[in-house]
Design a binder for this molecule. Sequence first.
Ligand code: IVH
Length: 611
Amino acid sequence: MPDSPTNKVGSSAEKKFAQHKHKVRLYSLDNTYSYRDLELWYERLQKNYSLDTPPELVCELKIDGLAISLNYEQSNFVLGATRGDGVVGENITNNLKTIKAIPSKISANIASLEVRGEVFMPVDVFERLNDIQKQNNAKVFANPRNAAAGSLRQLDPEITRERMLSMFAYYGRIDSDEVSIKSHSEMLEFLKSQGFNINPNYKVCKDIDEAIKYCKLWDDKRKKLDYATDGVVIKINSFELQNEMGFTARAPRWATAYKFPPEEMSTIVEDIEVNVGRSGAVTPVAVLQPVFISGSTVQRATLHNFDEIKRLNINIGDRVLIKKAAEIIPKVICVTEHANNKLTPFEAPQYCPSCGTKLVPAEGEVNLYCPNSRNCPEQLKAKIEYWASKDCMDIDGIGGNIVSQMVDTGLVKTPADLYGLTIDDLKKLNLVADKSAQNLYNVIQSSKRPVLSRFINSLGIRHVGKEMSEQLANKFLTLQNLIKSDYNELLAIDGCGDKIASSIIEFFSDSYNNDILEQLEKYGVVPQDVEDKRISKILEGMTFVITGTLSDTRDKFSAMIKANGGKTSSSVSKNTSYVLAGDNPGSKYDKAAALGVKIINENEFKKMIGS
Ligand code: IVH
């Protein structure tokens, strides 16, 4: 069978950790990008929870590393795992045991304690590591976060130990009658007393104005720290209030992350290259004199399109200001000094730099496109790289260099060709020592049963990204259902308008795409169907807004709505089917009444779903 364990033997080192289901989900955080947003968040909480006095806050630096969960039983460290998707992570206990900042035993007598925190690599360790990697001709890490991630997921804990990782703990959950902790700041101090590393820069703030002062102070001071931070996490201090506020589908209501504005740096443009992306879009890229900015060395920055080159009036040799926020592609903001005004201005190419096909403008877009989507080598490389990437088929180890060779040697012309590659084919490639042809073969073969959403994402249907792929998978449950879907069914999906629906229909009507799908199936590349978790479809097509205090948390009611095929939304509009109102409902109730949206109480709701 394609998903048999024997197919997984020898798969990449990083896939060998056992899965660990977290006892309590690890939530994400909502982001805010302005002080005004912070004020609004705080005002909203005060209003929604009828708080007479401004609630106390704790401000902490947001560490740019990897979230982990540490479990202590009878005061001993027994299991540590990565965050994963928040529900299931990987058991990396042995590697975490090598980190000095993680105590193997605590002094308090506690039956069960979970500590969460961020593992990171100090910047000086990162720079030393990269120097050594360079000397050994090994992979250089793009930033401390990637280096920490790579170091945590080593099969040999001794390598993790050598990497000198550290950790800051920012959360604790205790199962004990003896220790009673009532606030986040008390929890931090308790964790510190037990030997955990707590970031010393946290501050208890009496209100949002003080928290904003903290953000302003650290926006500058962070540049002097020996670890990367990308913002400030602001949390309601009182546990009682935290419990009352609870969580949305993805994040706590009682916390928010303020993201620092992107850092800016000055450097020189050494060259302007032209890239061809997987959709054929041709974009200019500035090749820069390397600068260290927001935790990594930047050597290239996007110039978006050829109009942007004109707008910036940029040319080779110019001094420019670039900006980069963590995870965001670096961008050129402006030219600060022209090198030589007499240089001929950089002109948009007329022909594809990869295959020589005449470029065409796209309707309604400023970009130029290479229309040779099936044979242009650069496009093909970008498509295959995308196909193998983490949010798609997740074929580990198929990066730029290997894909490039596969396409240049003519071994791979479509994603399906990957699965027909033999070990002998792979031996023709120039592989680095730790990736044998056998290894690569196994990794490819063991990737043949992806979950449906990732398979859909891999297809690279225009305008269909990760989130839409998830929606499509949840709606249609099988690939066949999606292929058969019609325009109106697609339009019924949240966020799917005419552009996306037409693009999906067009994709599955194209015989070239169907040939690839058929070939994939022949090779056993078959996505897993989605298990239908709905208990009924009674609420299908209906959108609910929940407001006021109900007999259980909003999350519980939201889950009931989804389990019966309905959707929830946070704001009332004319598209809202029902407002489910509890006690003290507030402004959503008034808005529903004004718009004539039906308002129901808990009993009426329960009758609807027959419970
Ligand atoms: S609190 C429910 N505090 O940020 C509370 N998170 O964007 C959630 N992070 O996955 C986390 N520093 O990995 C918290 N001081 C801090 C943090 C922090 C970094 C990370 C964490 C989380 C991510 C969410």
